[in-house]
Design a protein. Structure first.
Lengths: 310, 275
């Protein structure tokens, strides 16, 4: 290529390249990063670093001094069973929420797919819980699910008998109920994302499938669902990690009960913090951080890949 | 089958029935209970109040639940936090989106890690105490900014990369400084993605109670904090009419915003999520 160019041309091209390289640095100065990074360091990374330090101390509201105690907090929490219980409850809750929220979101999206006036109105209605406070949603369902509450009233009306199921008082099934409440609040968001995903599917593909005589179900299973993959990964990932960090709905419905069967890590952290046991709360906060980090690293990779495609 | 799917007459009926069962029942419970007197609301059920006293209940929670101070407290932390993350986040995202190299990739990965990693909610209180910001609005704003900067940086960096660099070059040839290029050229182009980020972050901050309980609980009023106090205070424990009146009033600002701008909000959120 250079052979065709004259010497002058070569010099000029190199000048431009140099100017671009030099300019490229000054055009996007690094100091633009500093304010954001400063806020992140002070309000996010330093507290996170503190997590790794204060989890190994006896920091509490009962002592004026703070001393290192090694892994005592972990041993205490492990031996009392609270650590494993809270971790287990949190993981079960997160998985249940991810499943329910996506199932409901997908069903709603398929039900409300066509752009009719009724469907548009119903979609908007299903988005109302998303914009409500999760705490408020929790209180609403606490009232609805009481043994003498409205849900049992409706069931009693249908069956003709007196129904008094303690929806929020069962050590086995209440976690499923609160996960359903959490999913109720967020299913409108999943629905919207699935609707957007369904819209991106090329009509020609569906038309071809229809001409081949594929049924609605076959089309959904074989064509549309696989093409929804990006929406599914996004929805599952956000639901999973969002509910790992859950608090409001559970605090408002069960406060972690009955018998600690819905005690999420954040519920434990809030309770022990309130009791002044700061080091134990910090230890659990660290456990939550590590649990999410283990789950999150594959997710960050996925998000970055998605972003590269963009 | 084909024809049936195209003009299914039962679809609207199913859609409306599902909405009534899943949404109508809880919302009616809220509204009807909020309109009852204390005795009738003792055990919330779906029967309509014998006599509506919605406005009286609103009046009572408005004064006793400190709604006005809660409303302004919520605004006081939300508005600066949202402005802060939008500006600082865009500045960082512009540079991260335009510069290449391994160093930038690492900075970017670190900067967006906050999207998924949970904030260290206990030790942040300790840090705020050491900085003299515990229980203050400034401390709360800082915590929210630290939590949501990652989201803004993630959204905006992706968007910056779709903006042709030539748009900047033109201004640069005219001798514009980086600050000028950023403010005059880049920021206006970022408006759609910033709108999406604003909606999401407003939603999170306006409804947050968990982090507020740790950072400003008892020292500053926000709407969700006051709801928590109203609902967990012994005085109100069985007063469902007041709790639900509070919930109704508290949901109104976002609800009205949503109804007015629903089309933009919905398209903004979905365009951010699926791309």
């Amino acid at each position: 290529m250079t052979a065709v160019m004259s010497r002058q041309d070569v010099v000029r091209v190199e000048d431009i390249r140099k100017a671009k390289r030099r300019g490229g640095k000054n055009d996007h100065p690094l100091w633009f990063l500093i304010p954001a990074l400063a806020v992140l360091v002070v309000f996010f990374f330093i507290p996170t670093l503190f997590n790794f330090i204060y989890a190994f101390t006896n920091w509490s509201s009962f002592k004026s001094s703070i001393g290192f105690v090694g892994v005592d907090n972990f041993v205490t929490l492990f031996n009392s069973g609270t650590l494993l219980n809270a971790l287990r409850v949190t993981l079960i809750y997160a998985v249940l929420v991810a499943v329910f929220q996506n199932l409901f979101g997908l069903i709603l999206a398929l039900l409300l797919e066509r752009d009719t006036r009724v469907n548009r109105a119903v979609r908007v209605a299903f988005f109302i819980p998303v914009i409500m406070s999760a705490l408020a949603v929790g209180y609403i369902f606490q009232a609805l699910l009481k043994p003498e509450g409205a849900l049992n009233g409706i069931l009693g009306f249908i069956t003709g008998t007196d129904v008094t199921i303690p929806w929020l008082g069962d050590t086995t099934w209440t976690i499923v109920v609160v996960a359903l409440v959490h999913s109720w609040k967020w299913m409108g968001l999943s629905m919207l994302i699935y609707l957007a995903g369904l819209k991106t599917i090329n009509d020609d593909v569906l038309e071809a499938a229809r001409l081949d005589g594929a049924s609605w179900w076959t089309t959904l299973r074989e064509i549309r669902f696989p093409l929804l993959a990006p929406a599914v990964t996004f929805n599952v990932a956000t639901a999973l990690l969002g509910s790992m960090n859950g608090f409001d709905v559970v605090q408002a419905t069960t406060e972690g009960g009955p018998g600690g069967s819905t005690e999420l890590l954040n519920i434990f952290i809030f309770r022990t913090f309130g009791q002044g046991l700061f080091a134990q709360a910090t230890t659990m906060s660290l456990v939550l951080f590590l649990a999410v980090a283990v789950l999150a690293f594959p997710l960050i990779k996925m998000l970055r890949k998605r972003e590269d495609v963009l | 089958m084909k024809a049936a799917r195209k003009s299914l007459p039962v679809q609207p009926i199913v859609a409306v029935t599902v909405a009534v069962l899943l949404l109508g029942v809880p919302f009616w419970l809220v509204l009807s209970t909020a309109g009852k007197n204390q005795a009738e609301a003792l055990n919330p059920n779906l029967t309509p109040p014998s006599q509506w006293q919605l406005l009286e209940n609103f009046g009572q929670v408005f004064s006793e639940g400190r709604m006005l101070t809660g409303f302004f407290g919520s605004l006081l932390v939300m508005v600066p936090a949202v402005f802060g993350v939008l500006i600082l986040g865009s500045m960082a995202a512009w540079v991260l989106g335009r510069r290449g190299g391994k160093g930038m990739a690492i900075v970017y990965a670190v900067a967006i890690s906050g999207i998924v990693l949970p904030p260290a909610v206990v030790t942040i209180v300790l840090l705020l105490r050491q900085m003299g910001l515990a229980g203050t609005a400034v401390g709360m704003i800082g915590v929210y900014m630290g939590m949501y900067l990652s989201t803004v940086i993630f959204f905006v960096t992706g968007f910056v990369r779709t903006i042709p660099p030539e748009l900047e070059e033109a201004a640069r040839v005219d001798g514009a400084s980086p600050v000028k290029v950023f403010v005059r050229i880049i920021l206006p182009l970022l408006v759609p993605v910033l709108a999406t980020a604003t909606i999401l972050i407003c939603l999170y901050i306006w409804n947050d109670v968990f982090y507020a309980l740790f950072v400003v609980g008892g020292r500053l009023d926000t709407l969700p904090l006051n709801l928590y106090q109203v609902a967990s205070a012994g005085l109100y424990l069985q007063n469902w009419h007041l709790i639900f009146a509070y919930i109704t009033l508290m949901s109104l600002p976002l609800l009205i915003t949503f109804v007015i701008a629903q089309r933009k909000i919905i398209s903004g959120i979905t365009s951010g999520a699926v791309k």
